[in-house]
Write a protein that binds this ligand. Structure first.
Ligand SMILES: *Cc1c(COP(=O)(O)O)cnc(C)c1O
Length: 430
């Protein structure tokens, strides 16, 4: 499989090069040159297949020629070593829980797949790869854990001092080994600015092989399609329309679901549920794409004003707006609506949702007002413990700390304070 740049001014590259580069030299996102189809009979058999075999069927064409099947199988065994349960709440409403992984965020799957891909590509190289990532919270933890101990790869994480939760900070700063955390005096935007500057710093790229680990990387984006296949595998047999509601920020997760649909997964409709950062819901009304600066909300992993993966969704539908409209609805919800949904889920089903999952639930409910004959699945993208303050103040309950979180609570936080870009460069050069 070759990948082309959506800006169309850089040459097509292999999976290997797309993973190492992250973004094309012309600034475009990489996109597969063709969309493979599942083999005949795959969907009919899917309930009988183990998850790794499903992963092989879906991912093989995308890494073909670059990662041998035996290695891909090894990678998938490590990536899919936890459960993705589908929890039925009501008639036609289920939650797909994606938070049972090592950092309890759905980004674990993509981060680990990318880490193991990079580890494989650098296995015979004496040149180490440095992964540079800015995080506002969840991404950094999943990346750190995913890359921990991967030979030939160093990870440098920038996070804004005092602006991530205690649990998130511990997930970033207590691992040691090949993971280094830099605590930036400033905001997430300052972290992001420094990372971007490092990527265009020629002196740096001469001495280091630098790559990014954000969701534009094809190795983080594509494996997310497995969630939709694993959900389908668990859902009860029915003739009703299967609909996924996906809490969306950068729109990588939902775009991967749409890829699975085009490969042959029988999904009837997608719902992109957002917080008040409503660039895509507005687009679906007006067909005008007008990004806004982001607004802070309680579902902060979705505080994105200009979703980077939306261009991939447009590409999947060949720029055909009415075709896209048939397959996608998008709704935005406020923080008070989100808290009310958390309360409702708790009172009605004793289900504790995190704010992101609650936004997904709201989108599904809204769609079902006009489409009651639906088999609806909303994605629960983070464990409620990751958003403890919001859950406590909304539901007045305590949540027991899961094992993955208890493990990091007693470890010592180690991070290096920095303020200016020069300090980052000196650190990377040293
Ligand atoms: C990253 C994230 C999202 C948004 O996913 P995208 O692929 O960026 O749309 C939703 N929920 C949680 C908890 C996240 O960490």
């Amino acid at each position: 499989m070759k990948y082309f740049s959506l800006n169309k001014r850089s040459p097509s590259v292999s999976y290997r090069e797309a993973v190492i580069r992250g973004i094309a030299p012309d600034g475009g996102l990489y996109f597969p040159e063709d969309i493979p189809k599942f083999r005949k009979g795959f969907i009919e058999e899917i309930r009988e297949l183990p998850p790794v075999e499903i992963g092989m069927e879906a991912m093989q064409p995308f890494v073909d020629g670059e990662i041998p099947p035996a290695v891909l199988e090894e990678i998938l065994n490590k990536v899919l070593d936890f459960d993705f349960p589908l929890v039925a709440l009501d008639k036609g409403i289920s939650a797909l829980e994606l938070f049972h992984g090592p950092t309890m965020a759905f980004k674990d799957v993509g981060a680990r797949f990318m880490a193991l891909s990079l580890g494989y590509f650098s296995r015979n190289s004496d040149r180490e790869v440095t992964v540079l990532v800015a995080t506002s919270g969840d991404t950094g933890g999943a990346v750190a854990k995913g890359f921990l101990g991967v030979p030939g790869v160093n990870v440098v994480i920038l996070y804004p001092d005092k602006k991530v939760s205690d649990i998130q900070e511990r997930q970033l700063t207590t691992l040691g080994r090949n993971i280094k955390a830099l605590r930036v005096k400033g905001t997430f935007d300052d972290c992001q600015r420094m990372v971007k500057k490092a990527f265009v710093d020629e002196a740096l790229s001469e001495s280091l092989q630098l790559t990014s680990a954000n969701s534009i990387n094809v190795a983080r984006w594509l494996p997310q399609m497995l969630y939709y296949l694993l959900a389908y595998r668990q859902k009860p047999d029915s003739d009703r329309n299967l609909v996924f509601s996906v809490p969306s920020g950068n729109f990588g997760n939902i775009c991967a679901g749409m890829m699975a649909q085009q490969m042959g997964l029988p999904v009837g409709h997608f719902i992109a549920s957002t917080n008040v950062n409503d660039t895509v819901p507005r687009f679906m009304q007006t067909s005008q794409y007008e990004p806004h600066p982001s607004t802070a909300t309680i579902s902060n992993a979705m505080d994105v004003g200009d979703p980077s993966n939306f261009v991939r969704i447009l590409e999947l539908y060949g720029g055909d707006f009415s075709h896209l409209q048939q397959n996608l609805s998008s709704y935005a919800f406020t923080d008070p609506e989100t808290r009310a949904a958390m309360t409702r889920l708790y009172q009605q089903y004793e289900y504790v949702a995190d704010p992101h999952g609650a936004v997904g639930y709201l989108g599904l409910k809204k769609y079902m007002v006009t489409h009651p004959e639906t088999d609806g699945i909303f994605l629960e993208t983070a464990h409620p413990v990751k958003f403890l303050d919001v859950v406590r103040s909304t539901l007045n309950i305590e949540i027991p700390l899961p094992r993955q979180i208890r493990e990091v609570m007693n470890r010592e936080k180690v991070s290096i304070p920095i303020q200016a870009y020069e300090e980052l460069r000196d650190f990377l050069m040293s």
